[in-house]
Design a protein around this ligand. Structure first.
Ligand code: SDX
Length: 423
């Protein structure tokens, strides 16, 4: 493909162009400022590629999502979460032996450092679980001094992060309800361990219902990665300064917490409950979402990349019906969600702006059916996204184009002026 041409102030410049494996075109502007003196302006980076990546491919117009080339539909509910995590991080699915060894290592490394467990006693009882998660992951590096930055121990740090993120989540829940901590077992899957650590009682054996284990396994895979979303870009930004993996991932956790990003799943449930409490009048909320003067947005709708159905939302919508039926649950909020979706998809405002349900629209209904408290929904998103953050951390550190991330700006402030002290 020929170089791109830029004409600026009457002068013509050539910019190299390259094409990715799915025919996406990248204009290489690394020399733009040096050769033209100009910078690009792209708030929200909607048109800016920050890297070349081989991890996840999304086609927003066609509603395509693939992890390392595999369509999400062929992985979610078909392979185990820990196998999909291995694929994302190491680029291929594990053999049966590798899978068993990997899963055992994830469990053996999922014990929080004994002195760190006491931290749960000192958070305020009002702490949001995402606040606890971000703080605990950030402090992990202080319990493995010298190891967090050791390249030869990166795979051990990876196993600790994937293993302990679910332990931190489960322990913070158990602490919040005054129950003793339950520890993981090597004869349980990742999803089964989490559910057992959340809901078992030490008084008797707890058998994780298969339908719940499989539903959680699928949910975690659906949330595993999504190319350069805000929290993953945050992990890359922090990692580019050579901060260790725990510091980089805890920054991603804090970015995910926002209600426009991972926090949307909790916000969707609260919105559905608010509508249900308002006589189920979802038309009122659709009208509110359309008003310019109203900051209300239909949570769980819209996406920066998907201008078609989010493939994850499609899978979740089918799974919700199946799981709730198998568990014998009728959730009135599901009726509200379906009514809301049906009307919004026909409404000109949403159609014109290509606003469809995203991954967060139905996920909360499923988490609720599994017994997860609403304030923990975004924590579950973080547990699923952990392998994605790690895969991008590793890919960035191996990238020959790696430079510290430091965007430029266009200054629009005061011109030169001098301080004149008062007489
Ligand atoms: C996730 O990036 C990822 O990949 C994220 C994620 C992942 O896996 O990592 O997919 C996970 O974060 C999913 C998104 C969860 N967030 C929500 O559901 C919150 C509600 N959605 C919106 O806030 C919004 O759609 C965003 C944040 C998701 C996308 O924002 P954009 O791309 O900046 O779009 P925009 O705000 O420029 O919207 C374009 C127009 C605007 O109207 P106009 O100014 O053109 O008149 O659409 C409107 C917006 O007001 N709009 C909405 C809307 N989303 C966009 N109007 C009402 N309700 C909404 N939900």
């Amino acid at each position: 493909m020929d170089n791109a041409k830029l004409i600026l102030d009457g002068k013509e410049y050539e910019l190299p162009v390259f094409v990715g494996s799915e025919n996406e075109v990248g204009i290489d502007i690394r020399k733009l400022r040096d050769t033209t003196g100009a910078v690009t302006y792209d708030p929200g980076f909607a048109n800016t590629g920050s890297c070349r990546s081989a991890i996840t491919y999304i086609d927003g117009d066609k509603g395509i999502l693939r992890y390392r080339g595999y369509p999400i539909e062929e992985l979610a509910g078909k392979v185990r979460f820990s196998a999909a995590a291995y694929l994302l991080i190491y680029g291929r699915l594990p053999t049966e032996l590798e899978f068993l060894q990997w899963r055992k290592q994830l469990t053996l490394n999922s014990f929080i450092h004994a002195s760190q467990v006491n931290f749960f006693d000192n958070f305020s009882t009002l702490s949001h679980p995402m606040n606890i998660l971000g703080s605990m992951v950030s402090s992990m590096s202080s319990f493995y001094p010298g190891e967090a930055d050791d390249k030869d121990l990166i795979h051990h740090n990876i196993q600790r992060l994937i293993g302990q993120v679910k332990t931190i989540a489960a322990f913070s829940y158990r602490k919040s309800v005054g129950l003793p901590y339950i520890y993981p077992r090597t004869d349980h899957s990742y999803a089964a361990n989490f559910l057992r650590m959340m809901f078992a009682t030490p008084a008797e054996e707890y058998v994780v219902p298969k339908v719940m284990e499989e539903a959680l396994d699928m949910l975690l895979i659906l949330h595993m990665d999504h190319e350069q979303n805000c929290s993953t870009s945050t992990v890359r930004m922090v990692s580019s300064t050579m901060s260790n993996i725990y510091a980089s991932v805890s920054a991603g956790i804090n970015a995910l917490w926002g209600r426009l990003h991972g926090g949307a799943n909790e916000a969707v449930l609260n919105m559905l409950q608010q509508i249900a409490d308002d006589d189920g009048d979802y038309m009122k909320y659709i009208e509110m979402a359309k008003r310019k003067d109203d900051s209300f947005k239909l949570m769980g709708f819209g996406h920066r990349v998907y201008k078609n159905f989010d493939p994850r939302a499609k899978i979740l919508k089918e799974a919700v019906d199946k799981v709730l039926t198998e568990l014998g649950i009728h959730d009135p909020l599901l009726d509200v969600a379906k009514g809301l979706e049906e009307v919004a998809l026909k409404d000109e405002f949403f159609v014109e702006r290509k606003l469809y349900p995203n991954v967060d629209f139905y996920s909360g209904i499923l988490y609720r059916a599994l017994g997860i408290p609403t304030e923990m929904f975004t924590v579950l998103f973080a547990i699923g996204r952990m392998p994605g953050w790690i895969a991008h951390f590793l890919e960035m550190r191996a990238d020959p184009d790696l430079r510290i991330q430091r965007p430029r700006q266009v200054y629009i402030g005061e011109n030169l002026r001098h301080y004149e002290p008062e007489e």
